[in-house]
Write a protein that binds this ligand. Structure first.
Ligand SMILES: O=c1ccn([C@@H]2O[C@H](COP(=O)(O)OP(=O)(O)O[C@H]3O[C@H](CO)[C@@H](O)[C@H](O)[C@H]3O)[C@@H](O)[C@H]2O)c(=O)[nH]1
Ligand SMILES: [Mn+2]
Length: 783
């Protein structure tokens, strides 16, 4: 007894002492840091703050009540299983409702624990002067000069070159998977324009710093209250003129499909295309366009050093898989590590220009926070879009994802990495594991191996080229444990998950002034194809070695596992949704009830779930900044995605699993023809092609229309008698079918009423009518 007590005492004493020691050390380090950083001894003031969302008690009570209702729906299904031939249909409905309920529980992780971040940039600049700040390497990816026009690409490049950040610490890399000399030419032009643009931005605190967007804003506001002083007006005119000239040259060359001869002779870089045979077969093309070591070409018109600017088209050979954007990113990581070695990496898509010149400093507030910064692997900004119309016909604004769901993910350990608008620590992206205490970076400014002072730019280029060759990654961990992970159409999400599974956290930062603005798809087929890629990729993650369902267990929080699972299970929603949009309507047509009638107490849970979810989602959408019409549109696209994109994604994933198909990366177009753009502005749904996805959508739409018309016809024949009873008994089914008819109005218009080029092809009208009718007839013959 005595011994035990003593031992306990001793151990207790030791534990207490080590804790004291640890605390002392932590406090000491903190104090030292603060002193070094000029923070005085006044105690610790963090560089960012995290606040919990309001109204969580209210939300949680609502969620629990809704779950109770869902539970009663399940009970109803189980306790009312019919014994006749309706049994299997009934069990099918039960399966669908089980799935919906389970999935709904998963989505609660996205709303349970919202957090909001705020940065203190003034503290950052007080504590670290320019020379103490880290180098930041910015990667812009482009892949196709036709659907990603060079003008758009260089506007993005210029916007990130012009960040409010010491220019000698900034490096911008353009990765061109299209290996297009025109894109290269445009970048050369941009590098010259930057010499005027950057000083102009600094002088007049321009916002946003993409010249196209800036001029657009300025001139559309011109008649309002843009009162500039004389010099500003003059300089604005001058820079606009320079821009217009540059634009004209680039547009011309884009149209001609070739670079002007003088330009080609003037810059040696074009000679790198001599050995080029196609975009899938060429040497590495690498050109350091601007660099502080270049005596003739490194400063702007005010004599300030410009950011480093590099063009890279990595080597491509038909026999080597290039791994799409992930492959491009990994080449960039290596090439940049030999040229600039920035400790922080920002990655943007070529259409995502910077709309907020302070974002780099915002991101640094997280990474450089003395207390929590060492745990943070990446800072994800929301994906916002410039071209979303008021009522967002295709739901491409991702409103609830950016305004609600990612804040929820952040509450459980951090958002997903979504491929653009994301700052990473270079080390983590390269595969460094998290080790509490050892990941603190004490000297952010130091780029360890700056030993190559002697090396000239030519040598540097040649040395870096090797890093972008096809064979470089053979027998390495690149794509597996280093850099972005390969083999998945959403390389971003799987990479972020892998990083979080190593123990790292991420941060979601959603500033008032939007940080990045991109181009959202402007037609229905583009939207559906994009969502097919996303849901397919996410579903593959679920089945991959990084599955959030099992691998991530105990590596990330349960909440975050659920968050990932909601996205990874997007695809599986196709089956219950399709079932729900066919079966109840067919049985409505037949006159068989599959739901409790209105007077039954079992009707209450159904009514509560339908009403509760509709009202809640409407409110959520409105509070996120949407409109009522926008909510309705989103509901429609929700349905279309589930019945087409997700279905194809599901099937393709399964085929891939058995080795029958391979998933590719279909690049989203960023330009549209004029009449398409016009319809987009007017929010008229753009179909335009016939795709198997549309066959499904229109067949489902027509099936419901026919069932609904059949019902009306029957009621008309019944006249007064029995209408009320029939309606009372079949209320839920009538509501569901009626809803499906109203939400599908654009499809009926597209099939039968419209005459423009965006309508659905008439062959499809015939095909889907035939399909829908056969389904109904087949069903009738069974029953
Ligand atoms: O082989 C390729 C294919 C694409 N890209 C670039 O990847 C970016 C994204 O492509 P996009 O067609 O615009 O796809 P989105 O669906 O809009 O992209 C989202 O989803 C992708 C994953 O599916 C992520 O890679 C993106 O960062 C994310 O914005 C663009 O800049 C492309 O130029 C390449 O560099 N190489
Ligand atoms: Mn895109």
């Amino acid at each position: 007894m005595w011994t035990v007590v003593t031992i306990n005492n001793i151990i207790g004493y030791q534990i207490e002492n080590t804790n004291k020691l640890k605390n002392y050390q932590v406090e000491h380090i903190k104090a030292e840091k603060m002193a070094a950083a000029g923070g005085g001894g006044m105690g610790y003031s963090p560089l960012f703050e995290t606040k919990k969302g309001r109204g969580r008690i209210m939300y949680r009570s609502f969620a629990i009540s809704l779950f109770v209702a869902i539970f009663f729906i399940w009970v109803y299904r189980v306790s009312h299983i019919p014994s006749n031939n309706k049994k299997w249909v009934w069990l099918g409905l039960f399966g669908a409702e089980l799935w919906f309920g389970f999935y709904w529980v998963l989505t609660q992780a996205l709303r349970w624990n919202l957090v909001f971040r705020k940065t203190f940039k003034n503290r950052l600049s007080q504590r670290y002067d320019d020379d103490k700040l880290p180098g930041v390497d910015i990667f812009v990816c482009t892949a196709d000069p036709v659907i990603e026009p060079p003008m758009m690409v260089i506007n993005t490049v210029l916007s990130v070159m012009a960040y409010d950040y010491p220019t000698h610490k900034l490096s911008v890399y353009l990765s061109d998977d299209g290996a297009s000399p025109i894109t290269f030419y445009a970048l050369l032009e941009a590098s010259n324009f930057a010499k005027h643009w950057l000083p102009f931005c600094n002088k007049f605190k321009v916002e946003p710093r993409s010249p196209a967007a800036y001029f657009n804003n300025i001139f559309s506001l011109a008649h309002q209250n843009n009162e500039y002083d004389h010099t500003h007006t003059l300089e604005l005119e001058a820079i606009k003129k320079l821009y217009d000239e540059m634009e004209r040259r680039i547009e011309e060359s884009t149209k001609m499909g070739e670079v002007p001869k003088e330009a080609r002779l003037k810059h040696k870089g074009f000679s790198q295309w001599d050995s080029y045979s196609s975009k899938h077969d060429h040497d590495t093309i690498l050109q350091i366009i601007l660099h502080k070591k270049d005596p003739n070409n490194s400063k702007d018109v005010d004599g300030v050093v410009l950011p480093t600017l590099v063009y890279l088209a990595r080597e491509k050979r038909p026999q080597y898989p290039h791994n799409f954007k992930a492959g491009a990113m990994n080449s960039l990581i290596r090439v940049s590590s030999s040229i600039s070695k920035g400790k922080i990496i920002l990655n943007v898509d070529c259409d995502m220009y910077s709309n907020n010149s302070e974002s780099v400093r915002d991101a640094l507030c997280f990474f450089m926070d003395e207390e929590e910064g060492h745990e943070i692997a990446f800072v994800q900004f929301p994906q916002n879009f410039e071209n979303v119309t008021k009522n967002d016909l295709y739901g491409s604004g991702l409103l609830t994802i950016t305004q609600v769901e990612f804040h929820g993910a952040d509450g459980f350990g951090g958002p997903l990495y979504v491929g653009t608008g994301c700052f990473h620590k270079r080390e983590t992206l390269c595969g460094m594991k998290f080790n509490n205490g050892q990941n603190r970076i004490n000297d952010w400014a130091n780029n360890e191996n700056d030993q190559n002072e002697e090396e000239n730019l030519k040598e540097l280029e040649e040395r870096s080229k090797i890093l972008a060759s096809c064979t470089y990654e053979e027998n390495t961990l690149w794509g597996k444990e280093m850099g972005l992970r390969y083999g998945c159409p959403v390389e971003d999400v799987i990479t972020g998950l892998a990083i979080q599974c190593e123990g790292w956290k991420s941060v979601y930062y959603n500033p008032k002034r939007k940080a990045f603005l991109g181009v959202a798809p402007t037609t229905l087929p583009q939207t559906l194809v994009q969502h097919k890629r996303w849901s397919e990729g996410d579903f593959q993650i679920l089945l991959s070695k990084y599955s959030p369902a099992w691998f991530a267990h105990a590596r990330i929080t349960l909440g975050l596992q659920m968050v990932y699972s909601t996205y990874c299970l997007w695809a599986s929603n196709c089956w219950p949704t399709i079932y729900y949009s066919i079966i109840p309507s067919l049985y409505l047509f037949k006159g068989t009830s599959l739901f409790p009638k209105m007077s039954s107490p079992w009707f209450i849970p159904f009514a509560y779930v339908i009403l509760g979810e509709s009202i809640y989602s409407l409110l959520e959408f409105l509070f996120s900044g949407g409109t009522i019409q926008g909510w309705w549109n989103e509901l429609r696209i929700w349905l279309y995605k589930r019945t087409s994109s997700y279905l194809f994604a599901f099937i393709d994933t399964i085929l891939k699993l058995f080795g029958f198909s391979d998933s590719a990366f279909v690049i989203t177009a960023k330009v549209a023809e004029e009449d398409v753009s016009k319809r987009y502005e007017k929010e008229i749904m753009e179909f335009g092609t016939s795709s198997p996805m549309f066959t499904i959508l229109s067949t489902l739409a027509l099936l419901n229309l026919f069932c609904f018309l059949g019902l009306l016809l029957k009621h008309a024949m019944l006249m007064e008698d029995g209408i009320v009873e029939a309606f009372e008994e079949m209320f839920v089914q009538t509501l569901l079918c009626g809803f499906l008819v109203i939400i599908n109005l654009p499809i009926y218009e597209g099939l039968f009423l419209r005459r423009d080029n965006g309508r659905l092809p008439s062959s499809l009208a015939i095909k889907s009518t035939a399909l829908a009718l056969s389904l109904i007839i087949f069903f009738k013959s069974l029953a």
